[in-house]
Design a protein. Structure first.
Length: 640
């Protein structure tokens, strides 16, 4: 689907016998390296430009038996650019700026190995984020951005940390974060207040090792937060005070380590489903439970695997949040072990695919097209990126220094240049940061951008797209209003605007707390289109609202569901062809860009479609809605 230039900065040879890292049992918590036959293919010659940022990669120390996982991209000093944060099994936590320079006060040496991802959130309520770190010895630390300890920390979880990361959430609505940290043995889930005191009703004991990161959200839509965490045998759901929710726990049997339970609203009923990957009784499956513990229709689904540690991530690969897909995978080398399903449990066409041995969890974001990206567990490793149809994006797999282990890449615009960066920590201690050149970064089309979804590690796919956006004449300019989002952790909203064609551009750099905005710069007779996105306090931006078009000299023109996709396609485009969402679209509906000879030039999806690589000329947007007999077509002219 692409025709661009590949820049490979890591040269990987074709190998027929590779050392493959298999992760030991949760209780042992270590990595065991064996030799397994396979291959690590080198990327092809047509790809996006994937190049290392200046100053990268960085190398950290590792323990011979315990390997590091997890990278966090967060702005810890409020300068709007992101820092890169990793913990390692040399007992140190590292914080670098985007150029690879150590931030003041870092690295910090702790008492034990760090084999987990660092959580970042404003624990003290002072407007600057703190870093919360779980160590293998069971201690949980909290540090200010300058490396000084937060009062009341560290706290002991009463067991071993291993590959269990802390989760942050305001579970009682007092505008102060709590810290949630499972531990083992024997198995318990801890909750502390921001000052390190134990939250009433906690800790809770589990029936065996509590060996995975917890998730948090209002699962049953009752206005209060629930906490979800697995043991090696069962999946638990408690209210904020530690009381078991009706229908919980779900006893599955041995075989449930490392995979965080993920939270998403698959059926649009306002309540969240819980996705969970496990292998009870040696039978690997992806489960989806309703809030009351019953199975979501169409689930569970079996997968090819030995010990699956891949979190079942949800994302809008079709560009429409009403058409979520779920991605998870297996632990067997060389198999079609990376699966994609529709929300109803049906297999996506072209899936599963075979990105080699997997323990890593995927991310879902826009890289020209919407892609699901995952890293392999081979040594040396590779990044794989797949499109809607399960096809590898041209130029992938892209070589990485080593195996990923239970982990995820992370994507964000680290340096605010409008292009995405991809970060990954591999088992050899290499912290890599690559820029994806020639691709615009759309945070509003990142469904799942890091391990555990966001920097609080909520495991919750949110925020929702704002609703009710209206535009009316201001005095001066255009007055915009919209509905407040229902989530309890909303930091604010961005308003974006586009004129005629191109990208929607944000009108301000920090989220707006209010649900009204006056665009005083919108003057003259130019029609401008607007949309709004919500941002959660963990720093994650949700998908955009439906757009409205407004002419200050005329009347409002709403780009609503009834208008459909085709009516909003511009006649002349430069760089980006924008295809608004069509909410009534069937899941089998497709749009393609056809060249003048009638050949398919590229598949299109809702939202921005990069067309800068196409030859200038006349093309046709062909849309099939619901059934082949319902076809519409509109001419567009692509210009430089």
């Amino acid at each position: 689907m692409r025709n661009t230039i590949l820049v490979l900065t890591v040269i990987a040879a074709m190998l027929s016998a590779l050392p493959v890292t298999r992760t030991g049992d949760a209780l042992a918590g270590g990595a065991i390296t064996t030799v397994t036959t396979g291959s690590n293919p080198v990327a092809g010659t047509d790809s996006v430009r994937l190049v290392p940022m200046t100053g990268w990669p960085k190398q950290v120390g590792t323990h011979p038996n315990y390997k590091p996982v997890g990278v966090t991209l967060a702005d810890v000093n409020n300068d709007d650019t992101l820092e890169v944060i990793v913990g390692s099994t040399d007992n140190k936590v590292y914080v670098w700026d985007m150029h690879g320079n150590a931030m003041p006060g870092w690295p910090k040496t702790l008492a034990s190995q760090i084999q987990s991802k660092v959580a970042v959130g404003d624990l003290t309520g002072d407007g600057t984020p703190e870093l919360v770190i779980a160590c293998k010895d069971g201690k949980v630390y909290a540090f200010e951005p300058n490396g000084s300890a937060v009062a009341g920390w560290p706290q002991s979880s009463g067991g071993t940390g291993g590959m269990v990361s802390p989760t942050l959430f305001d579970i009682d609505g007092d505008d102060t974060l709590e810290v949630i940290a499972p531990s083992y043995p024997p198995g318990r889930v801890n909750v502390w207040r921001a000052d390190g005191t134990v939250y009433p009703g906690w800790p809770k004991t589990t029936d065996y090792l509590a060996c995975a990161t917890a998730s948090a959200a209002d699962v049953d839509a009752d206005g209060t937060v629930e906490i979800c965490a697995p043991s090696y045998r069962s999946l638990y759901l408690w209210d904020k005070d530690g009381n078991a929710e009706p229908g919980w726990p779900k006893t599955l049997g041995d075989g449930a380590s490392y995979s965080q339970p993920e939270l998403y609203d698959l059926d649009g009923d306002g309540k969240l489903e819980i996705g969970y990957t496990a292998y009870p009784g040696g039978s690997p499956q992806v489960f989806v439970f309703r809030y009351d513990g019953s199975n979501q229709p169409g689930w569970p689904n079996s997968i090819i695997s030995a010990q699956p540690y891949v979190c079942p991530v949800a994302g809008a690969l079709y560009g429409d949040t009403n058409r979520l897909s779920i991605f998870s995978g297996g632990h067997l080398f060389g198999s079609n072990g990376f699966f994609g399903w529709f929300a109803d449990g049906g297999a996506m066409p072209g899936w599963p695919v075979a990105p080699d041995f997997l323990e890593c969890s995927p991310i879902v974001f826009m890289m020209g097209d919407m892609v699901a990206m995952i890293a392999s567990n081979t040594t040396p490793g590779a990044l794989y990126a797949y499109n809607i149809d399960g096809d590898l994006v041209e130029g992938f797999p892209f070589p990485t220094p080593d195996a990923a282990l239970p982990n995820s890449p992370a994507v964000a615009d680290v340096d605010l240049d409008g292009h995405p960066e991809i970060a990954l920590l591999t088992q050899d201690g290499s912290a890599s940061l690559w820029k994806v050149e020639d691709e615009h970064y759309f945070p509003e089309y990142t469904s799942w951008g890091t391990w555990f979804h966001d920097n609080w590690h909520t495991g919750w796919l949110h925020p929702e797209a704002p609703t009710g956006l209206k535009a009316e004449r201001g005095n001066p300019g255009v007055r915009l209003t919209w509905n407040r989002n229902p989530e309890p952790d909303i930091a604010g909203y961005y308003v974006s605007r586009v004129e005629v064609s191109g990208w929607f551009e944000k009108l301000f750099s920090r989220p707006l707390a209010d649900t009204t905005y006056l665009d005083t710069t919108a003057v003259g007779d130019t029609t401008r289109s607007y949309r709004v996105t919500a941002v959660i306090k963990a720093g994650f931006e949700g998908h955009p609202s439906a757009g409205v078009a407004f002419n200050p000299m005329g009347v409002e023109e709403t780009m609503n569901d009834e208008r459909g996709t085709m009516n909003a396609v511009p006649t002349v485009v430069r760089g980006v062809l924008w295809l608004p969402e069509a909410r009534g679209e069937k899941r089998e509906s497709r749009s393609d860009l056809i060249d003048i000879s009638g050949r398919k030039a590229m598949a299109l999806q809702s939202g921005p479609n990069g067309v800068s690589r196409l030859a200038p000329g006349v093309y046709f947007v062909r849309a099939v809605s619901g059934k082949p007999s319902a076809v519409s077509c509109r001419k567009v002219v692509v210009q430089r």
